[in-house]
Structure formats: structure tokens, C-alpha cells
Design a protein around this ligand. Structure first.
Ligand SMILES: [Cu+2]
Length: 302
């Protein structure tokens, strides 16, 4: 309870209003005094220069009050920062993986999703990792932001205190698909969350192919509706001929099961002409049955 009170009162918004409030007050005070003195002591009214002695009391006041204000700003910000960096022990853990150009979330029971699903009023700790370059996780609605660094674990936590769907962005430019690195945070009432969480538990195989692609970030670069992104779209490609670059040489191949499998496990082997050779291998990431499910899905995409 006290934690929640602290979390609220030292929230980013309150600290910001506090600091902006003091700054605006000081700005107005100093500017109005300046204008007042400018008029009051104008040359026309005071043709002769005058020697004005210092005023000890005034000097003490304008040293002590700003010092207290600045220290108060620091203290209030520091409390907020400490809360931000110390997730509650009972927080729900979610592993976040950033990659060019998608997010995936893995929960304590092993299930994955492409959107962050959380229950209402339970603290959530995000353990963040990147598979390739620097990204940054930003959830504006909950005022949190942290870099995703390859080879390093970073973390964040927040308290989802209102149900709804909120934006989740990558906020560090990470290449040509950066703009599509958008996902959602879905905050659900506890019973809805339990249903979602329980439903998926052990239902790994039953997940449909589109979900597999969503959860593994395929759709950050590929589409299933024929529009073009960083990688070739999947619609209507099965059985067609494609020009690929193999070891620097152009050749024609037919897009069949074998080719699709190779494209997932060894994406650099035959790169479709006109597309950059940037896809990471899915070896050890996609299970065999998931690869088969994706192939079956693409086969049917006419
Ligand atoms: Cu990114």
C-alpha cells in the first residue's frame, strides 16, 4: 500500500510537474522583477548614477531559498529514480527480446507473444535483451523507457494500474525497419489474464501459424498481404520462380518447401534479389514443427 502511494507520488509526472512548476514560478518572478526595475530605475527618472550598497539579508535569502529548491528537486527525483530501479520482489517476470524489427515477450510459463499481456495491478518486471543492435523499449503510457543492448541484460518495471491497450515502441533508430517496431501492451483484469495465460499454457503446438510468425518477429519484415517491407512478402510466392543471389551470383530457383526451410535456417544462402542480406538465422529459435507450420501457411497464401 505504502509502496503504491510512493510509486504514485514520486511518479515521473509528479516529479516533472514539481520541477516545471518551480521553474515557471522562478521564470515569472525574475522576468517581472527585471521589467519592474527597468521601468522604475529608467534613465529619464534617475539621471545620476547612484552607489547602492549590498543587503546581507536579501543575499542570504536568495542563496538559501534556491538551494533548498534545487535540493528538493534532486531529492524528489531521486526517490522516483530509486523506485524505478528497484522492482518489487513479487513482480511478474517477462523476458523481452528486441530484434530487427520486432519485439517478443516470454512469460514465466514459457509461452511467447508478440504483444505484452499483463494483469491489472500486479507489478511487471521486464528483462530486456537484444539479438542484434541497440534498440530501446518505450511504453509512454507507463512512462518507462530502457535500452535493449546486445549481450547485456537491462530491466524495467511498471505497475499496470488501468486496463486497456497501450503503445509500445522502439525509440532508438535501428535501421530501415525501425518504424515498424511497434507493439502493444494489453492490460487485462486478473480473471481475463488468467484465462489468456492458462489457455496458452501447454498449447504450444495448437498455436496457429500466423501467431508463430507474430511471436517470433517474422512479421516485422515480411507481410502476408502482399505489401512490401524490408523482406519479401509471403503472399502468393509458393511455387513461383525467384531470382536469388547465391555466393554473389544470380540464379533462378523455385520457391518450394526446401527453399523456405533454408531461408529460415540459413537466410544468407540464397537471398532474393533486391533485398538486403540481413535476416538472422532462426536455427535453435524456431522448432521443427513451427517451421513446418509456417511453410504450410505460406503454401496456402494465394
Ligand atoms: Cu529498434
Amino acid at each position: 500500500m505504502f509502496m503504491k502511494f510512493l510509486y504514485k507520488s514520486a511518479s515521473v509526472d509528479n516529479v516533472m510537474f514539481f520541477i516545471v512548476g518551480i521553474s515557471v514560478f522562478m521564470l515569472v518572478l525574475v522576468t517581472s522583477l527585471m521589467i519592474f526595475f527597468l521601468i522604475r530605475y529608467r534613465r529619464k527618472k534617475n539621471p545620476d548614477a547612484e552607489n547602492i550598497e549590498g543587503n546581507l539579508m536579501l543575499e542570504i535569502i536568495w542563496t538559501v531559498i534556491p538551494t533548498i529548491l534545487v535540493l528538493a528537486m534532486f531529492y524528489y527525483g531521486w526517490i522516483g529514480f530509486r523506485i524505478m530501479r528497484n522492482p518489487p520482489k513479487d513482480a511478474m517476470l517477462v523476458k523481452v527480446t528486441a530484434r530487427m524489427w520486432s519485439w517478443s515477450f516470454m512469460y514465466e510459463n514459457g509461452q511467447k507473444s508478440g504483444e505484452l499481456n499483463v494483469p491489472l495491478n500486479r507489478p511487471v518486471k521486464l528483462i530486456i535483451n537484444s539479438e542484434d543492435v541497440l534498440h530501446s523499449l518505450f511504453i509512454p503510457a507507463f512512462r518507462i523507457k530502457e535500452d535493449a543492448v546486445p549481450g547485456m541484460e537491462t530491466y524495467l518495471w511498471f505497475l499496470p494500474d488501468k486496463t486497456g491497450t497501450y503503445d509500445l515502441f522502439c525509440t532508438e533508430y535501428c535501421g530501415s525497419g525501425h518504424h515498424s517496431m511497434i507493439s502493444k501492451v494489453i492490460v487485462m483484469a486478473q480473471e481475463d489474464f488468467s484465462k489468456w495465460y492458462g489457455e496458452k499454457e501447454g498449447a504450444g503446438k495448437a498455436q496457429d501459424s500466423l501467431k508463430i510468425m507474430e511471436n517470433n518477429g517474422c512479421l516485422g519484415c515480411h507481410t502476408v498481404d502482399g505489401t512490401k517491407r524490408v523482406g519479401p512478402g509471403f503472399k502468393g510466392i509458393f511455387g513461383k520462380e525467384a531470382e536469388v543471389i547465391t555466393n554473389g551470383r544470380e540464379r533462378k530457383i523455385v520457391i518450394d518447401k526446401e527453399y523456405l526451410r533454408r531461408s529460415m535456417l540459413d537466410p544468407g544462402a540464397d537471398v532474393v534479389k533486391g533485398f538486403p542480406d540481413i535476416m538472422p538465422s532462426q536455427k535453435g529459435i524456431l522448432k521443427d514443427e513451427e517451421i513446418n507450420a509456417i511453410i504450410e501457411y505460406i503454401k496456402k497464401l494465394k
